[in-house]
Design a protein around this ligand. Structure first.
Ligand SMILES: *Cc1c(COP(=O)(O)O)cnc(C)c1O
Length: 257
């Protein structure tokens, strides 16, 4: 079996029944992966990723039991949060943030999983303090070394975590990564192991709270669970294959930095 089970993505799911069935299937796969390594499936949070999924389908998803939604683009997330303000949804922004969008995230998000610069931390904290809000954050790490990915280089993580302690509105929950996008299982596992080592060291240093590990997506979430993930971010395995190429959503090169 390859690391990326891309051929197993379901068809586009629209109805409550279809989405509920896909959710249950993903949950069962998480539980089975956890059981293989003697972990409790309940220790793994499933964060459904809803980018590109339209409002009617999201309302169906809500009915199917989806109450957390992960979005990688702030404008898209904010628009959806406003349009669905009548529903009790936990919004997680999981994609790279430019400093000038910090105020939007501070206004509506419950969680931000892609923190990778002190400038963004500072901008978020300022807005959050003004609004009297707090925000759960995960520090994004570039565990694959691919220059197409955002995140801190692993060596910078300990000092970065230490520096975050001055931003009292940010609740540091753990680390987040996108593993290498490859069929090579060993490389993917290497990314997950690196994350686990970084997390363990940070836990010892007392800089990462509980030390959650957000890793694993539709193509590799079972491997991630086998290697210690506590939060998998899954889109296509729940909602169906995205019609548009991912390159549009994972803007190739972080050239804006
Ligand atoms: C899109 C995305 C995911 C989910 O990817 P799927 O292949 O749909 O499961 C997870 N994490 C991030 C940061 C993403 O942008």
């Amino acid at each position: 079996m390859s690391a990326r089970e891309s051929d197993t993505f379901p068809e586009h799911a629209h109805s409550v029944t279809e989405i509920a069935a896909n959710l249950a299937a993903v949950r069962a796969r998480i539980d089975a992966a956890a059981a293989r390594v003697g972990r409790e499936g309940a220790a793994v949070r499933l964060l459904p990723v809803t980018k590109t999924v339209t409002e009617p389908r999201l309302r169906a998803a809500y009915e199917a039991g989806v109450t957390q939604m992960g979005e990688n683009k702030v404008q898209e997330a904010l628009g959806k949060a406003r349009a669905m303000a009548d529903l009790a949804i936990h919004w997680a922004v999981i994609g790279h943030l430019q400093t000038n969008k910090a105020k939007d995230v501070a206004a509506f998000a419950h969680e931000f999983q892609a923190l990778d610069s002190l400038r963004v931390a500072e901008a978020l904290d300022r807005r959050l303090q003004a609004a009297g809000r707090g925000l759960d954050v995960y520090v994004q790490v570039n565990s694959s070394g691919e220059d197409t990915k955002f995140g801190l280089v692993p060596e910078d993580v300990p000092e970065f975590l230490t520096s975050l302690s001055v931003y009292s509105s940010l609740r540091v929950r753990g680390l987040m990564t996108l593993a290498a996008h490859t069929e090579d299982r060993e490389r993917v596992i290497g990314c997950f192991q690196l994350m686990r080592d970084l997390r363990d060291a940070a836990r010892q240093a007392g800089t990462v709270g509980e030390g959650e590990l957000s890793m694993g997506m539709s193509g590799d979430f079972e491997l991630a669970v086998e290697h210690g993930s506590t939060c998998v971010r899954v889109g296509q395995a729940i909602f169906g294959r995205r019609p548009t190429p991912d390159s549009l959503y994972w803007p190739g090169r972080p050239s804006g930095r």
